[in-house]
Design a protein around this ligand. Structure first.
Ligand SMILES: Nc1ncnc2c1ncn2[C@@H]1O[C@H](COP(=O)(O)OP(=O)(O)OP(=O)(O)O)[C@@H](O)[C@H]1O
Ligand SMILES: O=P(O)(O)O[C@@H]1[C@H](O)[C@H](O)[C@@H](OP(=O)(O)O)[C@H](OP(=O)(O)O)[C@H]1O
Length: 348
């Protein structure tokens, strides 16, 4: 069976290198630090000069062709510090950009979300978005690299709320397609999980896999799950598939926080979410909170990954807390955030 490509922006079958490619601007070949689908890159210590910017915009370089308006800083940009880039989860969708920016493989629904979010009250909680760029005939959404302003940061990706769209369920029903790769991922974690029928088929439907992943982890019971943690000391863990119970989650969070309790304050984000027009009018699925802090005490959280965030038909709105029932499109995002805040409060 063919891999199923049901998600608006799933890159199944699209190929592409899992490694971040080197940009023309002296990105070093620094070694991977053992993350799934991840590589790291380092900015050159050399300063950028005005002429670098000019030459980087020369028309004969296809990767710099601008598809929509991209706002380049009119002044000289200086990159003095080295920092490794880390991808904690997700597909091999990223490339290093310039000026502390990242290129993420183009996804139309993500583009629409990021454009709207730049005008929403949630803007401070979303990576700055700089339009679509094309590089080697591939389109990318260009956004700020959230790690750029930190020194040796600790990073955590928490996937909030539901992980599959109602649309994915409907499509799987209309056009059921077996996923051998998902069957294999399931068996690798729990050989007893597939049903007799799935075992005979050696394949499973994507929603079945996604639901199984939700119940295996804390998504089903707490409304969020940890996808990956990289600590300042370089240690990294993306093995949280079975981190399910409150105590297990809290232990992982404590390890990540490492005494920097500033990172635990999420009430402001919650109240901005509750006010946001964008949030009220979108089904937000598979999106993560990216927590970043470093030894200086600096700590921030952002919303990332809007590949499966879709607008609701007007005048429908969501409260993001009502339990999901097929048809209501509730994603449980705020229910998950309430639980996360509750756990954080007990850690303060
Ligand atoms: N703007 C950003 N700045 C820094 N790191 C980022 C940024 N966006 C994403 N990342 C890193 O890349 C990882 C994957 O990001 P994202 O979830 O957007 O990718 P994806 O391929 O769409 O994931 P998925 O397969 O879960 O849909 C994050 O866990 C984080 O480590
Ligand atoms: O974490 P796992 O266990 O590796 O499972 C993947 C994960 O749930 C991704 O969120 C999902 O991508 P989307 O969110 O984009 O659907 C991907 O589907 P895919 O293989 O169809 O891309 C799954 O394989």
């Amino acid at each position: 069976p063919q891999p199923e490509d049901e998600s608006p922006c799933s890159d199944s079958g699209c190929g592409g290198s899992p490694a971040l490619m080197r940009s023309p601007r002296k990105l070093s070949n620094s070694s991977s630090i053992g993350l799934s689908s991840a590589s790291s890159f380092e900015e050159s210590e050399d300063d950028f000069t005005g002429s670098d910017i000019e030459s980087s915009l020369s028309p004969n370089k296809s990767w710099q062709k601008l598809k929509t308006m991209v706002h380049w800083s009119p002044f000289v940009v200086s990159f003095k510090k080295r920092y490794p880039w880390v991808q904690l989860a997700g597909h091999a969708n990223f490339q290093a950009g310039e000026y502390g920016r990242l290129l993420k493989r183009y996804c139309e629904s993500e583009q629409h979300c990021l454009e709207k979010l730049m005008k929403d009250t949630l803007r401070p909680y979303v990576p700055g978005y700089h339009g679509v760029v094309q590089k080697e005939e591939q389109d990318y959404n260009l956004m700020d690299d959230l790690l750029a302003e930190f020194d040796s940061p600790s990073i955590m990706d928490c996937k909030m709320g539901s992980t599959y769209l109602e649309e994915e369920l409907t499509k799987a029903r209309e056009r059921p397609r077996l996923r051998k790769d998902m069957y294999e991922k399931m068996v690798a974690v729990d050989p007893g999980a597939p049903t007799e029928e799935e075992r005979a088929q050696q394949g499973i439907l994507k929603p079945r896999y996604m639901q199984w992943r939700e119940t295996l982890s804390s998504t089903a019971t707490l409304g969020f799950r940890i996808e990956g943690i990289k600590k300042a000391d370089g240690t990294c863990n993306t093995n949280f598939k079975k981190t399910k119970h409150r105590e297990q989650v809290m232990q992982a969070l404590e390890d990540f926080v490492d005494g920097n309790t500033q990172i635990l304050r999420l009430e402001e984000l919650r109240s901005v979410l509750e006010q946001s027009q964008f949030f009220r009018t979108h089904e937000v699925v598979g999106s993560s909170l990216l927590f970043v802090h470093d030894a200086s005490g600096k700590a921030k959280v952002w919303m990332i990954d809007f590949g499966k965030t879709v607008p609701l038909p007007s005048p429908q709105t969501l409260d993001h807390r009502t339990p999901w029932m097929e048809g209501n499109r509730e994603d449980g995002y705020l229910w998950g955030l309430d639980n996360l805040i509750d756990i954080f409060s007990s850690m303060l």
